[in-house]
Design a protein around this ligand. Structure first.
Ligand SMILES: *[C@@H]1O[C@H](CO)[C@@H](O)[C@H](O)[C@H]1NC(C)=O
Ligand SMILES: *[C@@H]1O[C@H](CO)[C@@H](O)[C@H](O)[C@H]1NC(C)=O
Ligand SMILES: *[C@@H]1O[C@H](CO)[C@@H](O)[C@H](O)[C@H]1NC(C)=O
Ligand SMILES: CC(=O)N[C@H]1CO[C@H](CO)[C@@H](O)[C@@H]1O
Length: 253
């Protein structure tokens, strides 16, 4: 069985209740390929999670954008993995570059979070990616390998993990990795998994691309053999998100 196409929508820190309702209506009214062909997961800010979950069509799922690194307790302002499970939230995004860069989350902290979230039964979208400086100095593969190694050191079962490659220089900049650049890194990540984890994990783990994906460029990215879907930022709050979901069909052609 092949890897099911995966489209995540990361709403980041945006939206009012009214806007959230409109975005959910847009999703609920959309005609998209079936769940057999594409898995769709949207990640609203924490405060809207339950609201979105209660309104959203049942073939789409929700994700949190972060969670605390271990069991909850005296950690003011944090949200624990247990709470997400308790609310029936199946997914969490961890290690997004905005958190790595703005909040100082190291490879180890991200890996600790991923391991803890998995241990509580959450599914994880784990993000890796290099900065512009790192790409220009030729260290892209070393950077994503080190980020992936930190994860692999702590993950014993990859079946609930989706790996998101998000080059930082392409996030919110309008600069998108070319299909060839995306395929190259995805293919190297899969080789890394094959050699350093197992052939089965390499074959079954979805590696999705994020960074200025939109309705216009999604198909040429989706057609790349090692691109198994997308983590979409800005375009996930626009009607073109539906076109991005539909790009799953290029895999069935
Ligand atoms: C979705 O929400 C964003 C703000 O988060 C808003 O700008 C946008 O207009 C909304 N989309 C729709 C289709 O209403
Ligand atoms: C890995 O996790 C999946 C999903 O929770 C489970 O079905 C599978 O049995 C686990 N595999 C191993 C080897 O524990
Ligand atoms: C396996 O992991 C090591 C350490 O990250 C790395 O140097 C090596 O290139 C990896 N193998 C492949 C095929 O990527
Ligand atoms: C998903 C996303 O990031 N949407 C928007 C959130 O708000 C920022 C700032 O206005 C926009 O740049 C994003 O596109």
């Amino acid at each position: 069985m092949g890897r099911k196409f995966f489209v995540g929508g990361n709403w980041k820190c945006n939206g009012t209740i009214e806007e959230v309702k409109k975005n959910v209506s847009m999703l609920n009214e959309a005609e998209v390929p079936s769940e057999e062909i594409v898995e769709v997961v949207v990640a609203p800010p924490f405060v809207f999670l339950s609201f979105v979950k209660s309104l959203l069509r049942s073939d789409f799922q929700v994700a949190a954008q972060n969670c605390w690194v271990r069991k909850g307790g005296a950690f003011t302002g944090e949200i624990s993995a247990e709470m997400l499970v308790n609310l029936g939230i199946p997914w969490v995004i961890l290690g997004h570059s905005e958190r790595r860069l703005l909040l100082g989350e190291t490879n180890e902290v991200v890996a600790d979070k991923v391991a803890y979230a998995l241990s509580q039964g959450l599914k994880v979208i784990a993000c890796v990616g290099e900065t512009l400086e790192q790409r220009e100095s030729g260290s892209t593969l070393d950077v994503v390998a080190a980020q992936t190694k930190a994860l692999a050191d702590q993950i014993s079962n990859w079946s609930n993990v989706v790996l998101a490659y998000e080059p930082v220089w392409a996030i919110g900049t309008g600069k998108v990795a070319t299909p060839v650049q995306a395929q190259e890194v995805h293919s190297e990540l899969r080789k890394w998994l094959k050699e350093n984890v197992s052939a089965e994990v390499a074959e079954t783990t979805r590696i999705i691309y994020g960074g200025s994906v939109n309705g216009g460029n999604c198909k040429e990215l989706a057609v790349q053999p090692d691109v198994d879907g997308f983590l979409v930022g800005g375009a996930s709050l626009k009607p073109e998100f539906i076109d991005i979901i539909k790009s799953a069909l290029v895999k069935t052609a």
